[in-house]
Design a protein around this ligand. Structure first.
Ligand SMILES: Nc1nc2c(ncn2[C@@H]2O[C@H](COP(=O)(O)OP(=O)(O)OP(=O)(O)O)[C@@H](O)[C@H]2O)c(=O)[nH]1
Ligand SMILES: [Mg+2]
Length: 200
């Protein structure tokens, strides 16, 4: 699936800067450097839409992108993608780390149009403490979680499915994670289907 159009809308560092809640939202969360911005670019079919970097902790804001869907899905012909700041990167300065949690709690806890959170996990890192905390918190808030394993290209195909099953079991996820690679451009259609199903 390829959107009709994708464009950057705005960025925010605090709730007062969030844009009008006028379209359903799909947010992308995960550790710093897990591949959130690359995945957004791959799904949108626009390289350079979200900024990517080799330096972890690059995305420190919430960034909104308007994505026009090729055909209306559950009554929506467009959605926002929200690129969330990554967690868990030690060298990010202390004030940034202190502000991350309240900012995420106000976004994830109060955004009325938030429909789905895609939670990204690096295939070579697997589940760490942050995911063990974050997943129950999201599920308790009844947020639809679509788990995604990123950088699947870093392991041979035979090793991927067992890792996906282990991550699902460890986190008690309601569905198996989508195996995704921006490098190989694999997993995009399956991920699109899972995200759009969450708009229902
Ligand atoms: N091998 C491989 N590398 C990837 C893939 N996706 C992203 N990367 C690399 O991982 C690094 C981080 O990618 P980003 O998309 O910027 O990650 P991010 O999660 O947005 O990072 P922050 O904004 O810092 O939280 C870059 O060097 C990417 O080239 C992938 O599918 N496969
Ligand atoms: Mg990023």
């Amino acid at each position: 699936m390829r959107p009709r159009a994708a464009r950057y809308l705005t960025s925010a560092t605090r709730p007062a800067e969030f844009p009008a809640a006028d379209l359903p939202e799909i947010a992308f969360a995960g550790r710093s450097n897990v591949g959130k911005s690359s995945l957004i670019n791959t799904l949108a079919g626009v390289s350079g839409l979200a900024r990517t970097s080799r330096t972890p902790g690059r995305t420190r804001l919430l960034n909104w992108f308007r994505i026009d869907l090729p055909k209306a899905t559950h009554g929506n012909d467009a959605v926002y993608f929200v690129d969330l700041p990554g967690y868990g990167f030690a060298s990010v300065d202390r004030s940034m780390r202190a502000s991350w949690r309240p900012l995420m709690e106000s976004y994830l806890g109060e955004r009325s149009t938030l429909k789905v959170v895609a939670l990204l996990i690096d295939i070579r890192r697997g589940v760490e403490d942050e995911e063990r905390d974050f997943v129950p918190w999201l599920l308790e808030k009844r947020i639809t979680v679509v788990p995604v394993i990123t950088k699947a290209d870093k392991l041979g195909k035979a090793k991927r499915l067992p890792i996906a099953a282990a991550i699902r079991a460890e986190l008690g996820l309601p569905r198996p994670p989508v195996l995704f690679s921006s490098l190989e451009a694999t997993g995009g259609d399956e991920l699109w289907r899972a995200l759009l199903a969450g708009l229902a």
